[in-house]
Design a protein around this ligand. Structure first.
Ligand SMILES: [Zn+2]
Length: 193
């Protein structure tokens, strides 16, 4: 019975925009940069490939998982945030540059300068921004309070010394099954991944 269900689910035809059919496929290194806005790749990804145009796609729940896991990885980075990372954390908060600047008591131009790489973010603002993003995850039950404390306790020393990397460094996330275990949907993280 169980097998039958799985089979019928797998063979259900999903239409591609081009009119072709999306078939289940395995991707070794799936590029999530279009979704995340950062250079994020994930190996061993289950998705779909179109029989006609060759277009590749993945499930929306996986995109969510990757986006949340990326927040965690960025918040844990042992060097100052670069422009793209600062922008990513701000967007996590659904805040405009203006709104974030106001929360931090600074000028919008300062935020814009970090994000386009004109000036590095200060260690203090880097730390506050990570705190906001982790607080957002905490409110959504995506991390435990202990995990937040652990991350913030570790990063401040590092971000005072290490400036951001130039360009867009790539972020390789673990296998989706590993991420799902550490960050189950609708539950608190099991471990501080
Ligand atoms: Zn197609």
């Amino acid at each position: 019975m169980r097998n039958q269900q799985r089979k019928s689910k797998a063979s259900r035809a999903i239409a591609c925009e081009c009119g072709g059919e999306l078939r289940p496929a395995k991707f070794d290194g799936y590029d999530f940069s279009d979704y995340v806005g950062l250079n994020v790749t994930v190996s061993n990804v289950d998705g779909f490939k179109c029989t006609k145009c060759g277009g590749e796609t993945v499930d929306g729940s996986l995109v969510n998982l990757v986006m949340n896991y990326t927040i965690m990885q960025v918040a844990k980075s042992p060097r100052r945030l670069n422009g793209g990372e600062a922008r990513y954390l701000r967007r996590t908060l659904h805040a405009t540059q203006e709104e974030l600047a106001e929360k931090m008591g600074i000028d919008r131009v300062t935020v814009a300068d970090w994000e386009r790489g004109a000036n590095p973010i200060s260690p203090q603002h880097d730390y506050i921004l990570r705190g906001f993003a982790l607080g957002w995850m905490l409110a959504g039950n995506l991390i435990t309070p202990e995990c937040m404390v652990e991350i913030l306790g570790t990063v401040f020393k590092a971000v005072r010394r290490e400036l951001p990397k130039k360009g867009t460094p790539s972020i390789a996330l673990p296998d989706p099954n590993v991420m799902r275990k550490l960050m189950p949907p609708r539950g608190e993280m099991v471990a501080c991944a």
